[in-house]
Write a protein that binds this ligand. Structure first.
Ligand code: NAD
Length: 310
């Protein structure tokens, strides 16, 4: 059994990862400053094998201390809001880029430690290539996207210069239980479900023809664990999606169908800078890591709705 550090482990994706690791007998230290995560997300898993540390990835002394005795680091902590990164680019720089550099430095000092970190489809920006492959070099549209891309470049250099082995996973639109709908910028599915629970119609920005590749959080956890268990040396980036896209209009229709509601959505002005199409080519992660998206959109929506209404 291994010991892992999970940064951002009290967040949406991180808490599912912590749950999966602890259920399979691993020990975990969660490091989270609770800026967008919640202690209640991991409280039930805290045990003699799962420890919660409230702290910041910008605190290098704390990171050094926590990485000692670790076999691997899952680095998910980030300033996750794209609009917030546009308003506060320096915060994005310090948390997303410098924070990841801090984690890479820990790995450099502990060469046996393997790193898997959260990158994002935002590295592609508004590429017109669809489905998009890892070899495409995009033009990020926000500090968030730029810093995620720079994290990958840093990781590539740390592999070449210091033999730090790492994987960056470019998550597309992740959804599932524990995604927080309270922010206006959180995942569209958590917002749609929140509106449905209140019997309110959501507002779709633009005409709803924009497409997204929604991937269930359980499949993202699968990708994270497969990346950690892989013996690949050096650095590699992989798309993590379902490899299928859906329009936002269709998403609302499917969700209404899943919960038996008949509520037409409202439409508002398109959001500036919003990308129109997003679809992952997932053949690289399927072939190299044995990943397979197992939960289809309907099943995932059902599980997420059940969680939200329990
Ligand atoms: N949810 C998605 O669709 C999606 C898509 C692409 C990439 N990602 C990436 O996946 C990762 C997890 O995202 P999520 O959706 O679970 O978001 P989240 O906000 O639920 O999780 C992020 C966690 O990081 C913590 N955190 C933030 N800054 C920190 C700091 N300085 N020190 C310590 N902890 C800090 C937050 O409190 C939170 O618990 C992030 O890196 C995000 O950029 C998510």
């Amino acid at each position: 059994m291994a010991h892992y550090l999970v940064t951002g482990g009290a967040g949406f994706i991180g808490s599912h990862l912590v749950e999966a690791l602890s259920l399979t007998g691993h020990s975990v230290t969660v490091l989270d400053n609770l800026s967008s995560g919640h202690k209640k997300n991991v409280e039930t898993f805290v045990s003699n094998r799962v420890k919660f540390v409230e702290g910041d990835i910008r605190d290098t002394a704390l990171l050094d201390q926590l990485v000692k005795n670790c076999d691997g680091i899952f680095h998910l902590a980030a300033l996750v809001s794209v609009p917030q990164s546009i308003e506060q680019p320096k915060d994005s720089f310090e948390i997303n880029l410098q924070g990841t550099l801090n984690v890479l430095e820990c790995c450099r000092k502990q060469p046996h430690v393997r790193l898997v970190f959260a990158s994002s489809a935002a590295v592609y920006g508004d590429t017109k290539i669809c489905p998009v492959k890892e070899t495409i070099v995009g033009i990020p549209l926000s500090p968030y996207g730029l810093h995620k891309w720079m994290c990958e470049e840093q990781a590539g250099l740390y592999a070449a210069l210091y033999s730090v082995n790492s994987v960056g996973l470019r998550f597309f639109n992740v959804f599932g239980p524990r995604q927080d709908p309270s922010s206006p910028y959180s995942g569209v599915i958590s917002i749609f479900i929140d509106r449905l629970r209140r019997g309110q119609a959501p507002t779709i920005f633009g005409d709803g023809s924009q497409t997204r590749d929604f991937v269930y959080v359980g499949d993202v956890v699968q990708a994270l664990i497969k990346a950690m268990n892989s013996k690949k040396q050096g650095f590699a980036a992989y798309n993590v999606g379902r490899g299928e896209s859906v329009t936002i209009n269709m998403l609302w229709k499917i969700l209404c169908n899943v919960v038996g509601a008949d509520l037409p959505a409202k439409f508002g002005p398109a959001r500036e800078g919003e990308i129109h199409t997003s679809l992952a080519n997932i053949s690289k992660i399927e072939m190299e890591l044995g990943y397979a998206a197992e939960t289809n959109l309907k099943e995932g929506l059902k599980k997420t709705y059940e969680w939200a209404t329990q």
